[in-house]
Design a protein around this ligand. Structure first.
Ligand code: UTP
Length: 416
């Protein structure tokens, strides 16, 4: 133990992070062990490099941005049935699994608990998890299968999530048979000086590494192996906070299979050219999603010969992957994006500091940064009112909030 402590002290000294042991002596034996383990697992070089990027001006974007082709689900004509029958067959053969990403912190919603357990205020008081599950079970029944469901949690919310499912008897699913939980990766948070923070519990202040962590987590946690064992070939990955998400879509699957692409994504057309959403495009000839801030106003308003926006297909986190694509994407780390957030921490005297404004950097990978890995992918435009009712903000914000999601849900399911 002493030897280990000495080794750790010298690593900390090298990276100017010696403060991490300030409160060590006051910790219980168990916590001491835990803290040392955490420290020994930190990639200090990576954290240092990430800190350096926080001071860099955003690079001038010199990439060539061009529009991405898409299909409109409701303008497929006769092809609709053709794609649908291909997808239907694959679903009936048990080739589809659903993954729900539920590791986010849901800071904008301001709800104290895993977002999936949130009740959007329907008369049934069903949680987001249950609404998603209802749809999955219903679709499974149509095709005579149970769609295996994989849920990504974070270290922070894993226990609460599983307890919630236990309390609800897993909504009729069977754990470790057709329902699986896995935990995403995380990274330490740092202050503006590059110092790693200590959280309220005396341990390293960690934060989930973004939804881009999904690929690596699926591979490392053994979920990809589990899927193969179940005969799964296609994986739909979606967020937990879209209560109209349609995880089972034979048309989307049929298109992917027919066009021999390993990624097929759904989009909804932008509500207006200035809407602040990420849109599908090609960056230097490869599939990508760019933030609204990365394209000029002119580009945002440009239309094709049919009057459709050239950059109008919003990414709604509804993506279908071939299992091989997941494996490939899980091999290469994605770039991290920096978010400046409020984070409680213990200062050098062990006092709890609760900041009123952002004070710390968090590093997140974005799922769509992996799209450039594939040569081509399919984008299918679907109807917003059928597939997109996100719960992002508190009701006071007035958009993408529980009230708007509830209204869209009721309208779609014709509930009074
Ligand atoms: P968002 O990017 O909207 O983040 O996640 P969030 O955590 O829900 O909310 P804010 O930004 O803190 O307010 C979109 C989806 O990706 C999942 C979320 O759970 C949500 O389903 N996600 C996000 C993860 O699973 N892990 C992450 O690290 C981040």
């Amino acid at each position: 133990m002493e030897k280990k402590l000495e080794e750790i002290r010298s690593i900390l000294k090298k990276y100017n992070q010696e403060h991490l042991l300030n409160g060590y002596d006051k910790l219980t034996e168990e916590k001491k062990q835990e803290l040392l383990k955490e420290i020994s697992e930190i990639d200090f070089e990576l954290i240092h490099q990430l800190y350096l990027t926080t001071n860099k001006q955003k690079e001038n974007n010199t990439s060539e941005i061009t529009p991405m082709d898409y299909l409109d689900k409701y303008k497929l004509g006769e092809k609709y049935k053709y794609y649908e029958s291909i997808g239907k067959k694959a679903i009936q053969e048990g080739k589809l699994a659903a993954v729900t990403m539920a590791g986010g912190q849901g800071t904008r919603l301001g709800y104290d608990g895993p977002k999936g357990t949130y009740d959007i205020g329907l008369d049934s008081h069903k949680s987001l998890f249950e609404l998603l599950c209802d749809n999955l079970k219903e679709e499974g029944k149509k095709y005579g299968v149970v769609i295996p469901w994989f849920i990504m949690t974070s270290k922070e919310n894993n226990k609460q999530t599983i307890e919630f499912f236990e309390k609800n008897k897993f909504f009729g699913y069977q754990r470790n048979k057709n329902l699986f939980f896995f935990i995403q990766g995380e990274l330490p948070m740092i202050d503006t000086e590059g110092k790693i923070l200590i959280g309220e519990d005396g341990l390293i202040k960690m934060a989930a590494d973004g939804h881009g962590g999904i690929y690596e987590s699926l591979v490392k946690s053994g979920m990809v192996e589990e899927m193969k064992h179940l005969g799964v070939e296609w994986i739909f990955i979606g967020g937990v906070d879209n209560c109209l998400v349609k995880m089972v879509d034979p048309v989307l699957m049929g298109i992917a299979i027919d066009k021999k692409v390993t990624v097929a994504c759904k989009s909804v057309v932008k509500a207006n050219p200035q809407e602040k959403v990420g849109v599908f495009c090609k960056k230097n000839g490869r599939p990508n999603v760019i933030e609204y801030s990365e394209i000029t106003e002119d580009m945002a308003e440009q239309c094709d010969e049919n009057g459709e926006l050239l950059y109008g297909e919003s990414h709604i986190l509804c993506n279908l992957f071939n299992i091989e694509a997941i494996e490939r994407m899980g091999q290469n780390p994605l770039p991290y994006h920096i978010a400046y957030k409020k984070a409680k921490y213990l200062d050098e005297n062990g006092e709890l500091i609760e900041p009123d404004s952002p004070n710390a950097y968090k590093f997140e990978a974005f799922l769509f940064d992996a799209f450039g890995e594939v040569d081509d992918m399919a984008v299918l435009r679907v109807k917003r009112e059928e597939e997109f009712a996100p719960v992002k903000n508190a009701d006071s914000v007035g958009v993408d909030c529980p009230r708007t999601a509830r209204e869209l849900y009721k309208k779609f399911y014709k509930i009074d």
